[in-house]
Design a protein around this ligand. Structure first.
Ligand code: NAI
Ligand code: MG
Length: 489
């Protein structure tokens, strides 16, 4: 193991507690939030800890910016600022990579070359939108009357993000919300506040008016709940657990704020016996182990056709055992980092235990790895059945569950037998079957002969209890806009 010496800007950033970012001020708080490095179970730094009063203050700043310079900015200038922010993220991808590697634990090269680079691309895609958000002229059946629509921002948006992709999930929400003309109060996950604070500084640097993007790190139950319930917030965009999604809805009832929710998943991935087996095994492996299984779209239930289940299980177990794990800042090439926190590690290990207790068989991993940091050995479990807890609940860690099936109708029904509906898919060479899968699988995103692809231009979101609203693409602009119908007589 060779640890990277942090970039000098990262060292400076971590040297003393970063304040809240409200307007153009950095605000210190008496209470501080511990930022833990999950690779070592050590304190990386502390940042200001926001509460309900700070959320009030940030909402007021966002409102003032909306009614001030941001509300009257031209669409050209709005797009240009988004483009400049994209450039700034890309130019500073090393910093973003290190910050996400430190508080999330993911390998720095992944955080830099995937998370940060895709975040920059996300802003670039949405930089093109402000000048293309158009209303319609509607041929109403009222003689002498004219009707047209205007598409306007929703207003002040509270964005609440998770810890699994700190920079990228922030970009997914911020870019369309800003493109549509809103102002922002962002509450990053308490585990991973660093990249959000840094991004707020870059936004000011490239010329966003103060108050357009405010960042208040804090706990979900305090700052998060205050933001969700705030009467001055017009919309909340949330990614996280289904349980917290319900809290967000409850918080919204006071002022009926608009909500979009991207929640948990338990994706079914179906490996048919006619698949290109090498490609299917490789794809299904990373469908789960990508980001250490900490993805809402993780291919967590792998249904393998009974005729090939032994060979598929053997190969997946071999691949899992060959994975290397290491600290986020380790420069030695490694595949996976730790899971996010001690509670999350314990939760994942408890699920593995629950599977064992029900008779499922661990064929790779199955335990904590190493004695510092929150590492869970990449785990493959076979002989999992539909009724087991590990087949029904989101584990959110490096645990791949193998189930087997006999025929197509049966497996599609079982794949759909879940409260979640974020992603699903499968592997087959049969084109007619591809058509049937695309009709019958109940999920917001289907991946067939591939897994995990996303693109700023392609809508993403959940059916059933995986949430509502679609992020990305033109749907994301709609998510952060509202329509006004104007009649002239
Ligand atoms: P969480 O859903 O509680 O946290 C996500 C965000 O919501 C964080 O910013 C948190 O501070 C905030 N939050 C928490 N309680 C809140 C409240 N009452 N009001 C407003 N905001 C609140 O997820 P957590 O506790 O970190 O992880 C628990 C499980 O959730 C994981 O094991 C995983 O299964 C799932 N999860 C799913 C994610 C996804 O991408 N869909 C992301 C993170 C977690
Ligand atoms: Mg929680």
């Amino acid at each position: 193991m060779t640890l990277l010496t942090p970039h000098k800007d990262v060292s400076a950033f971590l040297a003393s507690p970063q304040g809240l970012r409200i307007g153009d001020a950095r605000i210190e708080t008496s209470a501080l939030l511990d930022v833990i490095d999950p690779s070592f179970d050590t304190l990386a730094t502390q940042v200001a800890l926001g509460g309900a009063d700070d959320i009030d203050h940030a909402v007021a700043a966002a409102r003032a910016a909306l009614e001030g310079p941001w509300g009257s900015i031209t669409t050209h200038d709005r797009g240009q600022l988004l483009w400049r922010l994209a450039d700034a993220i890309e130019e500073n991808k090393q910093i973003f990579g290190e910050l996400d590697a430190i508080d999330n634990g993911k390998p720095m090269h992944v955080a830099r070359d995937v998370d940060a680079v895709y975040s920059a691309r996300h802003f670039r895609y949405f930089a093109g939108w402000p000048s293309k958000i158009e209303g319609r002229t509607i041929p109403v059946s009222s003689p002498g009357k004219m009707n047209f629509t205007k598409v306007e921002p929703v207003g002040v948006c509270g964005l609440i993000t998770p810890w699994n992709y700190p920079t990228l999930m922030m970009a997914w929400k911020l870019a369309p919300a800003l493109a549509a003309g809103n102002t922002i109060v962002l509450k990053p996950a308490e585990q991973t506040p660093l990249s959000a604070l840094y991004l707020a500084d870059l936004a000011l640097k490239v010329g966003f008016p103060p108050g357009v993007i405010n960042v208040v790190p804090g706990f979900g139950r305090d700052a998060g709940a205050a933001l969700a319930a705030h009467p001055g917030v017009d919309k909340v965009g949330f990614t996280g657990s289904t349980e917290t999604g319900r809290r967000i809805i409850e918080g919204s009832v006071g002022n009926l704020k608009k909500i979009s929710l991207e929640l948990g998943g338990k994706a079914a991935n179906i490996l048919f016996d006619d698949a290109d087996l090498d490609k299917a095994i490789e794809g299904s492996f990373w469908a789960l182990f990508g980001n250490n299984g900490q993805s809402c779209t993780a291919g967590a239930r792998l249904f393998v056709h009974r005729s090939i289940k032994e060979q598929v299980a053997d190969r997946l177990a071999e691949m899992a055992k060959a994975l290397s794990v290491g600290p986020g800042m380790d420069t030695t090439a490694h595949d996976l980092g730790p899971v996010i926190s001690r509670p999350q590690m314990e939760k994942v290990l408890n699920y593995i235990q629950a599977g064992r207790a029900r008779g499922a068989e661990v064929i790779a991993g199955g335990a904590q790895q190493g004695d510092s940091g929150y590492f869970v050995a990449p785990t493959v479990i076979q002989s999992v059945t539909d009724d087991m807890t590990i087949a029904r609940e989101e584990i959110f860690g490096p645990v791949l569950c193998l189930l087997d099936f006999e025929d197509e109708d049966e497996v599609i029904a079982r794949a759909n037998d879940t409260d979640f509906g974020l992603a699903a898919g499968g592997w087959t060479r049969d084109v007619s079957r591809v058509m049937r899968l695309s009709d019958q699988l109940k999920a917001g995103t289907l991946w067939i002969n591939t897994w995990g692809d996303t693109d700023a231009a392609s809508p993403f979101g959940g059916m059933k209890q995986s949430g509502y609203g679609r992020e990305m693409g033109e749907e994301a602009i709609a998510l952060y806009s509202q329509t006004k119908s104007v009649w002239l007589g």
